[in-house]
Design a protein. Sequence first.
Length: 194
Amino acid sequence: MAEKCLAEDQKNAEKSVKTVVLLDEIGFDLSPILHKTWSPIGETPVISEPVFRRHHSGLGMIFMSPKRTKFHFYFTIHPGAVLTEHLVFWLRELHRKVRKQVILVRDDLPGHRAAEAFFLAHHPTWFQFEHLPPYSPELNPTESPWSHIKTGDLANFVPSNSTQLVTKTLAAAKKINDDPELIKSFFKHEKLKI
């Protein structure tokens, strides 16, 4: 009897474990991200940048499976700022994909607060919102992909137009998602323990 109760408790505990999604945004523009590089002695590398600076915003989500064994990085990029309606759209897509309540960890951006208010008013059971303290990027593992993209694939890259910037950034994000061990390593560098 005790064994049966223990097995049921364990089964219920496994059901209560939820997918965790960490959400964050970052800005990109046409000006190059300068990074150290090699050059022949006496020849200073020169990088020309475009006159116009078009701003884009990236929205990234790290998914952690309920058993903490699978990790995925999803990324999209928008011209200009990520608005509340963009967040609402992507969080609807997230719910459509997972179909269960998700623990969503977010920072305190106004757009994030507005999206949370929308879902609490219209779909209160879809997400359990958890908030990071203000000014604490060191707690968010989603900061690491940004650093990886900017100091890796986008370092010293000079796009001539927005299409090149978006294409290169999406390719860099796909490389991250294709490497689950890399995504898992982002949690080792952040101070947030999940």
